[in-house]
Ligand binder design. Structure first.
Ligand code: AMP
Ligand code: GLY
Length: 421
């Protein structure tokens, strides 16, 4: 099968690594990719956000499946354009991608579908925002309505800071004031063909920049999968997954289908386990980063078959994907000053030594080869992934590999999966 993957991050590198593990190997190309991806598959200098350019390429090169990694091409209508030309695509149309792109749209869908989520008020003015903040009380949760590259959400005890955040984002549209939800977070990915869903194994993401969940929110500094503590909370991973399918995923997919905007692609359920039960914090319309880096290495079922079945509407005929009993841990190596203003263009060395550590792979997030030298090009630079038969082993491997890598000023969290039994 000929597959085009759109994107240039560690998530896309992990997807490609997953595809290349299959026998027979599918033929994979990536646009635009990064240095790590380019070492594995051909990369194409194509703007992934340009619906016409992507569709022309796919048709001209007889691409059988396009896998859209990031949200930007979805919001730009790349999936719509591909479908209109008869190209199978894993990723929702623009209208369904609003589940991620607009938090008020997501809230309305959840309301209609009866999906449990935090109470929220959509404010269009500062007065409305203030009233809602006082109604919910501290800690305050303020969210930009649209895509905000991970910077749209503020959770704070500080009322003036909450108001300042609301003021800033009100200039770009409306804001959502939400009740504070307390509990562990879970990322559950479900493949959807518009009517049916198939779950992947859950993961947990570390969103804060520093150890012990200190520091600002980031795109994600590390992750692990599976979540052994689900057994105590829900009986088993499968019982947890069954509950999410019945109460969250299927109602959401059915609601979108009933509205004429079927969701074909990856339904990312960002969940929080509160004392009052599970609540949806957010939906994303794509694989999560860095969770993908720990979910896909454990996937035993061939990935391309799953993505193609979702893209072509036949997911209902497939059994649930299988996962290995191994665990996976990923630790993100981030540039100096990430997430504020990352300092980039610096040399990265030591990857060969890192890769020599047993069970380790490296997903490149923001790298480029300049005259034979590997340099950083963004905030999150590498995602070091390790598998093992225990979290202690996978962690030890990931951190041993990280110790081999040099990048001036870089930082990473030292507590990823530290408290997982
Ligand atoms: P979101 O972009 O909606 O996923 O929010 C980013 C992060 O902010 C989440 O992963 C949570 O850690 C936190 N967050 C979002 N909404 C809430 C909430 N209602 N209560 C507590 N924390 C939240
Ligand atoms: N890891 C969070 C996200 O992908 O949105």
């Amino acid at each position: 099968m000929k597959i085009l993957v759109l994107g240039s991050g560690a998530r896309e590198h992990a997807i490609i690594t997953g595809l290349l593990r299959e026998e027979p190997r599918p033929s994979v190309v990536c646009a635009p990719g990064n240095a790590g991806i380019a070492a594995d598959v051909p990369v194409v200098a194509l703007d992934p956000n340009d619906p016409v350019a992507v569709t022309d390429y796919a048709v001209l090169h007889s691409v059988e499946l396009v896998v859209i990694g990031p949200e930007a091409p979805l919001v730009a209508g790349v999936a719509d354009a591909l479908r209109a030309r008869g190209v199978a695509v894993f990723g929702p149309d623009r209208a369904a991608a609003a589940l991620e792109g607009s938090k008020t749209f997501a809230k309305r869908i959840m309301d209609e579908a009866g999906v449990p989520t935090g109470r929220a008020v959509c404010a269009a003015t500062l007065v409305e925002a203030e009233t809602a903040l006082d109604e919910f009380g501290a800690p305050y949760v303020v969210k930009a309505d649209g895509l905000a590259a991970g910077k749209g959400v503020l959770v704070t005890e500080d009322r003036p800071a909450a108001l300042a955040h609301a003021t800033f984002w009100l200039e770009h549209g409306s804001v959502l004031i939400e009740e504070f939800l307390d509990g562990p977070e879970i990322s559950l990915f479900l493949l959807s063909d518009g009517q049916n869903v198939l779950p992947l194994s859950p993961a947990q993401d570390y969103k804060r920049a520093l150890d012990n969940d200190a520091g600002p929110n980031t795109g994600g500094m590390g992750a692990y999968s599976p979540l052994p503590w689900l057994d105590a909370a829900f009986g088993s991973e499968n019982e947890f997954i069954d509950e999410i399918i019945e109460t969250v995923a299927l109602p959401t997919v059915r609601q979108l289908d009933a509205e004429g905007t079927p969701f074909v692609g990856l339904l990312y359920c960002g969940l929080i386990v509160t004392n009052a039960g599970i609540r949806v914090i957010e939906f994303n319309a794509r694989f999560g980063d860095p969770e993908t880096q720990v979910v896909l290495p454990r996937l035993v079922t061939p990935l391309s078959g799953l993505l193609f079945a979702a893209a072509t509407g036949v997911l209902g005929a497939l059994p649930r994907p299988e996962f290995s009993a191994d665990v996976a841990v990923t630790v993100v190596l981030a540039s100096e000053n990430y997430p504020e203003t990352p300092l980039v263009g610096r040399e990265i060395t030591g990857l060969d030594a890192a890769l020599a550590v047993h069970g380790v792979t490296i997903a490149h997030a923001a790298t480029r080869l300049v005259d034979g030298t590997l340099v950083s090009t963004g905030g999150r630079v590498l995602s070091v992934v390790a598998v093992g038969d225990s979290f202690a082993l996978a962690r030890a491997r990931a951190y041993e590999a990280l110790g081999q890598i040099t990048l001036a000023g870089a930082h990473f969290r030292t507590d990823i999966a530290a408290r997982v039994a």
